[in-house]
Design a protein. Structure first.
Length: 260
């Protein structure tokens, strides 16, 4: 446990020094506030821009708070995840390439501690980021549109955090198994490719990790079929644990690739 604590402190220091605990949450916060503000002031923006055709008229839909949160989560699912994955996908592979990993491998530390220290820090950055994003979205939605039920809002937040743990496990598995370029491509294909597949043909199944972000919003709407929700949560947790075990094994197998 002491070796894990030492590695964890090292990873937290590196994350603080690279400002990941500041600029990544800031990205999520900006996207969280953008949808409530943009939708509420859309007519004012259009009028300010001017040059609209004579007689042009547009009717804005009547949005409820869940609609705005869903739009914000959609932003997190694209730009937010892109930033988070890109920031951590090279955390293991780059240390192998620049020789930093060799300095760690020659010490009596376990590969599990090494992998999990990075996983905990990535998950912590993700937790702070979605907390900032949800807070910004909920704050402006509450002011401009209405309130949420706190219990269901917290359930949606927890659901999205489990999804983020799943994303973190895939990202670090790719980093442990491949060089940085291949790891980046692999993580993007699995995460974003899975989202595309689920969006196109996901109507044919109801249990999938890629459905968790949508299911979190459905909890707020009160339209969630709970068996589908719990089976998706269980599958996600089982898969992320499997990915962590495979990631540790891949790190151990590729130790010889570390630059000396």
């Amino acid at each position: 446990m002491s070796e894990f604590n030492v590695l964890l402190q090292k990873e937290f220091r590196e994350a603080w020094r690279s400002w990941k605990f500041l600029w990544i949450p800031l990205v999520f916060a900006l996207f969280g506030m953008s949808d409530p503000l943009t939708n509420y002031y859309m007519m004012d923006i259009l009028n300010a821009v001017g040059n609209l055709p004579e007689g042009f008229d547009i009717t804005m839909p009547n949005l409820v708070p869940a609609d705005l949160l869903q739009a914000s989560i959609g932003q997190f699912q694209l730009i937010g995840l892109l930033v988070l994955i890109a920031s951590f996908v090279g955390s293991i592979s780059k240390e192998r390439a620049n020789g930093m990993a060799t300095l760690l491998y020659i010490r009596p530390i376990s590969f599990a501690s090494y992998f999990m220290s990075k996983y905990v820090v990535m998950s912590a950055v993700g937790l702070v980021s979605i907390a900032a994003g949800f807070t910004a979205s909920v704050y402006y939605t509450f002011i401009l549109y209405g309130k949420f039920e706190v219990t269901m809002l917290l359930a949606a937040f927890a659901t999205y955090f489990v999804w983020l743990l799943f994303v973190s496990a895939i990202t670090l598995l790719m980093s442990a198994a491949f060089k940085t370029g291949v790891a980046t491509a692999g993580a993007f294909i699995i995460i974003f490719g899975g989202q595309i597949v689920d969006a196109i043909v996901g109507v044919f199944w109801t249990v999938s990790p890629w459905k968790l972000p949508v299911y979190g919003v459905q909890l707020i709407r009160g339209t969630m079929e709970m068996p589908d929700y719990w089976w998706s949560m269980a599958l996600t947790v089982v898969l992320l644990l499997i990915f962590i075990v495979i990631g540790i094994y891949a790190m151990k197998k590729n130790a010889a690739m570390a630059k000396i």
